[in-house]
Design a protein around this ligand. Sequence first.
Ligand code: T4K
Length: 400
Amino acid sequence: MDLAVFGAAPRFEKPQPVGFPLVEPETERRFHRLVDEAFRRNYLTNDGPLVRRLEEEVAARHGSAHAIFMGNATLAQLMLMKALGLESGSVLVSANTFISTAHVCEWSGLLPIFADLDPGTLNLDPAEIIRLAGPDAKAVIPTHIFGVMADMPGIVRLARERGLRVIVDAAHAFDCDREGVRPGGFGVPEFLSFHATKFFSTFEGGAVLTDDDGLARAMRDLRNFGFAGVDDVRALGINAKGSEMSAAFGLASLPALAGRRERLRAVYEAYNRELAGIPGLRTHRLDRFGTNNHRYYAVFVEAGFGASRDAAVDAMWRDNVLVRRYFYPGCHRMRYYRERGIYRDVRLPATDRALGSIIALPTSFDGVDWTEGVGGVVELLKTIHERGGEVERRYRETNE
Ligand code: T4K
């Protein structure tokens, strides 16, 4: 096959993003029924019955006492940090995470200290707690990247020894587990994201999972301006509520999750099988320590592939496969942080190595079925490898 980078027609007619929203026809029909119900009830937001039902379902699925639904995961993290009284000092954050994880620390008045990753999981390396936790450290925030859960037993033990709080970015980890333990099950609060492109979505949305009744209560007040009751404000809250429409979409999606899991697992296995023989392309294992929702799929472009990672990414975009380099270049190298003196000398070699070679591939496809989608992506990667020298030259010519 020829490549679009050499003038051929794109392999896919429609752009294929890594995270195309998952909306089955039956999900859409259920959503409309729930929205009709909400209109008839004339109750659209502020802790309504659909939000409450969603919270019960999400908590039960994860074996947590509470799920507190919010406008998105960023706000969920912010409310959680506020409820825990984290307002000054520093906090250890994995550099390999979405930028919001670090930004929320700054919004909360804490200084993020960026930690290196464990190459096997791409998650915060627990040994970094020993290296980086200074006297003003208050907390550590690991992220379960691509649903592979962090070494929670190791992290919780080291953090407790140093008097640090642990809160967890479980944005990718809905329905995932580590040796049977789900997010929220390690004795520390975790927050989920229900963004449109996630395994489970409420358009925008997120939730904190916790077994702590007091913490749950505090977050419910904080998300609603700090109201503890009618005309009774007891905390500096904000508006972090999720609406009944968002909850309706979540509830409508729940019955479809078993089917999604099956389909995404089939995609994961097909990629593993078909990419195995391509030299210089290493696949990221998602289910070594537990089950995964397989919403993400990642490969590493290494020596022997023939083209660089960025040349491969450029070629794939031209063929309408909108692969991403999640979470390149790492929070520590984002301009906002990098240009400040305190971050200039941060060295995280394992993070730089992983994020310099990673490509996240689509796991759902627009306008083609998944077998054809996976087949097309694999064919593209094979061709880019076979014509690696030319792909690299063309990339350099067009980017000089
Ligand atoms: N922690 C972690 C580890 C996270 O990954 C995230 C969010 C958070 C915390 C914070 O969660 P929230 O506060 O958002 O609940 C997207 C999402 O905006 C972000 O929510 C998500 N992580 C992140 C991994 O992905 P971008 O900048 O990559 O999104 P964008 O707009 O480039 O979209 C990705 C692709 O999906 C595009 O090719 C377009 C396509 N797309 C997107 C949407 C929204 C569609 O085809 N349809 C759509 O409706 O951040």
